[in-house]
Structures are given as C-alpha cells and as structure tokens.
Ligand binder design. Sequence first.
Ligand code: NAD
Ligand code: GLY
Length: 360
Amino acid sequence: MRTLRVDLGERSYPIVIKRGLLSEIGSGASGLGLKGRAAVVTNPTVADLYADRVMKGLKAAGFNPVLITIPDGEEYKSLNEASKVYDGLVKHRMERSSPIIALGGGVIGDMAGFVAATYLRGVPYIQIPTTLLAQVDSSVGGKTAVNHPSGKNLIGAFYQPKAVYIDPEVLKTLPERELKAGMAEVVKYGVIWDEGFFEFLEKNSGVLYSIGRELTHAIERSCEIKAEVVGKDETESGLRSILNLGHTFGHAIEAASGYGTYRHGEAVSIGMVMAVGFSARLGLCGTEIEERVRGLLSSLGLPTDAPDIPAEALMEAMRLDKKVSGDKLRFILVTGLGKVVLKETPEAEVREFLLSLKKG
Ligand code: NAD
Ligand code: GLY
C-alpha cells in the first residue's frame, strides 16, 4: 500500500493506492471521521461490477449507504443529471456530514464532485476512480464540473475530496481502448516532470497493460507528480497549467473531428506529439525528443499522427478554446524531457507549423 498526500493546509487529503482496496473503503472512510448516511454515485456499468463490494464495506464500517446511479456517458455530465442526483440526496435526507462517494471514471468523479461542492453549500466527498484516466488525473486535484451545451466543463468549482482511494485491480475490467487512453496522461507526467519516469515507461511499455506492479508504480508516480503540482498551484494560476501539455492541439482535434471520434486521451496523445514537434520547430528542443515521445506513445498503442483536418479548422477550434489571449495562443512547450515552459505564440507561427505537417 502507498499513501500519498495532496498538501493544501486544512484541505489536505490522502491518496491511497492498493490492490484490492475496494473492499476496504468503509474502514478508510470511517477513519476520516465520516459516519452515518453515505451516497455512492455511480453508473450502471460500474455499479454492476463494483457497487456490491463498496456498499458491503460501507455497511460493515457502520455507514447507512444509498446508491444513486446516472446513465453511462459524457452526455450525462450535465446540470440536468446533477439535478436528479440532488433529488436523490434530498429524498434520502443526506445531511452536511453525509459523504458523497464517487465510484467511476472521470465523468462520475467530475459530476459527483460538483454535486458535493454545491449540495448544502458543500458536503464531504471521496473519489474512488475506476478508469486509468481518473486514477492518474481527474480524481486528484479537485477540479469538478458538468458540461454546458456550448462547451465542456463550463460549469464547475475547485473542490477537494476528503480522500482518493485507488484500486488498480479494477482496471482489469476496463475496455482496452479506455486503458490506452488513460496511458497518454501517464506519459504526460514523464514529459512534463520526470525524465527518469519517462525512461521507466520506455523500458516497461511491453508489460504495463498486464496490470501488474509496473502499472501500479506508474499510477503511484503519476499521482505523486499531480499531487506536487496541485499542492503548489491549486487553482491553475501558473504551474498547474503544465498539466495541459498536448491539450491545446488535442482539444482542437477533438472539437474539429466531432466529439466522440477520439477518446480524450487519444487526442492528447496526438496533441503531445504535435506540442513536442512545435517545440522542436521553434528551436526549444531537439527532434530526438519528438521521436522518443512519438515512439513511446506508439509502442503503447496510442495514435500519434494528426488526422487530416484543414489547418484553418484547427486554428478556429483553438481560438474558441480557453487558452487564448489576443491574437496569441498559449502552449505548454518542451525544452527537454521532464522540462516544459508556458509560451504565448502568435497565431501565424502556429498556422505555419500546422501547414508544415501537411507537407510532411
Ligand atoms: P468515463 O468516466 O466516461 O469512463 C469511460 C467508460 O469506462 C465508461 O463507459 C465507464 O462506465 C466505464 N468504466 C469505468 N470504470 C470501469 C471499470 N473499472 N471497468 C469497466 N468499465 C469501466 O471516462 P474517463 O475517461 O474516465 O473520464 C472522462 C471525463 O473526465 C471527461 O468528462 C473529462 O472532462 C474528465 N476529466 C476531468 C479532469 C479533472 O481534472 N477533473 C481531468 C481529465 C478529464
Ligand atoms: N487535468 C488537468 C488538471 O487537473 O489541472
């Protein structure tokens, strides 16, 4: 078992990582001083697999848990579904001290966290992430949100959980495509923060998907890096933006190709290769770094080539994204493995880079 810590003064919390942890959630939660009613928020896919184990553990630890499910899918990360969760909380007379427990991937975690931030002006919540993306990224750091019809994550709050409980065993039931998509975020931590970790991933790319101790180590190191970054910049006023490596290009690819074509992690994988390629073109790093990032992502079964989308459509999508100021676009660029800088870049340079990709 590894216990990490997100250090945020009074709002600090543990991230516990252990194989088989799911059955021990009840005692973990009561150890935090929580008791009484608890609402487990999940979806039918995850409920069928894991709700029994979590509910039993909560009951054994003296909780009186109820299960609230929302349909499975990004389209249900909405205010409308959140409203139904509030209805369930009111119906079951959940009080200020009653914890909400998010059991699922990033969709459930973001939505349950948002409900926890707003119900009764804030109730305690616990993250039990069940996808790789949620275990290494979305469950840590307190970004909670629902989508608005005109954009993703437009309605939300920074609201930290009381604990994050990660059981790598649950990844055994995760569809392969989801597992791979989450791996893009793992690679991201090596590129932005830790060359040694990047090398570890290169050495172990052939065994990570067997969900053994190498993957557990990768989850631990990813959470450690995310915890350190969030501990220094909770609300993304500076350092935290390095977690967006590959996301400006990635979001543009997601939007311009129509949401649903790529999983978020797949678009981030392509976006990271583009960000490193752009860095090399601007002379910030050598092309060998681009080759190593591309090589690792590709050996992990992730896409690395930009789809055939006109440069102007990508430019338009980037202008609508959140990372724009004036006629400059904001990128996280790479100066070496484990080293990045935030740079505002004139649109013309970005356009030239995109056109250079087309020429191949
Ligand atoms: P997801 O939550 O939709 O889960 C993917 C699929 O896997 C779903 O069908 C889900 O039911 C299924 N699933 C989950 N766990 C499973 C398991 N153990 N076994 C079998 N199936 C399982 O997708 P995701 O990639 O986890 O999360 C994406 C969301 O996360 C997006 O809404 C994104 O905006 C958000 N996000 C948030 C942050 C943050 O910092 N808060 C960071 C990155 C992404
Ligand atoms: N996923 C980026 C962040 O948490 O800031």
